[in-house]
Design a protein around this ligand. Structure first.
Ligand SMILES: *Cc1c(COP(=O)(O)O)cnc(C)c1O
Length: 393
């Protein structure tokens, strides 16, 4: 275990799909002295952040910044937008979709569950059928990029189906916004949620909720039902005044403003393209090493593979971490599958480049060889390089 002092020489490559690495400039920005939040200075920072979030989301509507993790933001959207007494159509194809079902269970909301095998993506027809059979459904929830299974769903096609009904589409974009193409207004997503610690290059602690016109109307139509911090109306009212209802994590707000400035300086489309290239190279490298991918419709945010027989998860990932400074994530258990100990995952989101990815691929290959897998040394890097060609960034 590296100590604090040896940590000076211990370069960490945080390739878990959240939290992810934070650029040095953002860390320094967050080290600025704390300012009071009821000041013009904070309002200017917060107002600038809000505009950058709108451009990130590709929306003309409000994007609320909420203190908490992605789950806080999603829970706020879920409980604020459901029409009391109505049903929710809830898509689950992994751990996070299942979490959104758990939240509605806890709040006593009747659900029509669309449970998709882990690794697969929901088909838009499944949502269309559920909406036809349940005209009293007032919301549909789904994950765009289901991080636990490294699979991405066709949100655009689902949104097209949901827009023909009175139901609102609430999308968990926690590992899609800032990583994969997402067009909130053009696709017609009613509520889009993300978090700070995945593709947005910030530590954990902020959640974001974008609200489309139909969602804003719903907030006017339905009565608040007993929530305080989770009631989006409070956040929306303050948002119009470039403000927040409760003391915000000022340092994170500052840091997020700068991180979004960095993303815009690079160009959002270029960020999407880099993420896709890193993912394509990683998938090719995994397959060249004989690993089976966990997703049938892979997300470009994160890549996962099943362990071959004989590789023990905790030992494997500890070796990656301690010998190579590469942090990969393991798997999770849920209702749809038990993947703890069976898989590992590597992120392509945010402050990660080809060098980090090659270090991870090389470390993974070395450890697999060490554990007796028959892999020709150099296979992983060669496969990634073949995909990237000269276009690597
Ligand atoms: C990380 C993640 C969450 C949970 O976000 P927290 O910030 O940990 O609350 C939800 N959904 C997806 C798809 C995620 O990747």
């Amino acid at each position: 275990m590296p100590t604090y002092t040896s940590g000076l020489f211990y370069k960490q490559r945080l390739l878990t799909p959240g939290p992810t690495a934070v650029p040095e400039a953002v860390l320094l920005e967050m080290a600025q002295p704390i300012i009071h939040h009821r000041t013009k200075q904070f309002q200017a920072i917060f107002g600038d952040l809000s505009q950058r979030l709108q451009r990130l989301y590709r929306t003309a509507g409000p994007v609320l910044t909420i203190a908490g993790s992605g789950t806080t933001a999603f829970e706020a959207a879920a409980v604020s937008l459901i029409r009391p007494g109505s049903k929710a159509i809830t898509v689950a194809s992994g751990k996070f979709g299942e979490r959104w079902q758990d939240i509605y269970d806890l709040f006593g909301v009747a659900q029509v569950r669309i449970n998709v095998p882990w690794g697969d993506a929901v088909r838009p027809e499944q949502v269309a059928d559920a909406l036809r059979a349940n005209p009293d459904a007032s919301v549909v929830t789904m994950c765009h990029s289901e991080t636990s299974t490294a699979a991405a769903a066709d949100v655009r096609a689902v949104a097209e189906v949901v827009r023909r009904s009175d139901a609102l589409l609430i999308v968990d974009g926690i590992t899609s916004v800032g990583a994969l193409p997402v067009e909130m207004d053009a696709w017609g997503i009613d509520a889009l949620v993300t978090g700070s610690q995945k593709a947005l290059m910030l530590p954990p602690g902020l959640g974001f909720v974008g609200l489309g016109e139909r969602a804003l109307q719903r907030l006017k139509d339905v009565q608040p039902h007993g929530y305080y911090n989770l009631d989006l109306r409070r956040w929306l009212k303050s948002w119009h005044e470039k403000d927040v209802p409760f003391t915000p994590p000022v340092s994170l707000v500052r840091g997020q403003r700068l991180a979004l400035e960095m993303i815009e300086a690079q160009g959002l489309e270029n960020v999407w393209a880099r993420t896709a290239r890193l993912a394509a190279g990683t998938r090719a490298a995994f397959q060249a090493m004989g690993l089976r991918l966990i997703a049938s419709s892979p997300s470009d945010s994160v890549t996962g593979a099943f362990y071959p027989p004989g590789v023990e998860d905790s030992k494997f990932r500890a070796a990656l971490r301690d010998k190579f400074g590469v942090h990969a994530a393991g798997g999770q258990d849920g209702r749809g599958a038990k993947w703890k100990g069976k898989i590992f995952r590597v992120s392509h989101m945010g402050y990660v480049d080809a060098g980090d990815t090659l270090a991870a691929l090389s470390a993974i290959e070395s450890e697999l060889i060490e554990l007796g897998q028959k892999i020709k040394p150099g296979t992983a890097v060669a496969a990634a390089a073949a995909v990237w060609g000269a276009s690597v960034s």
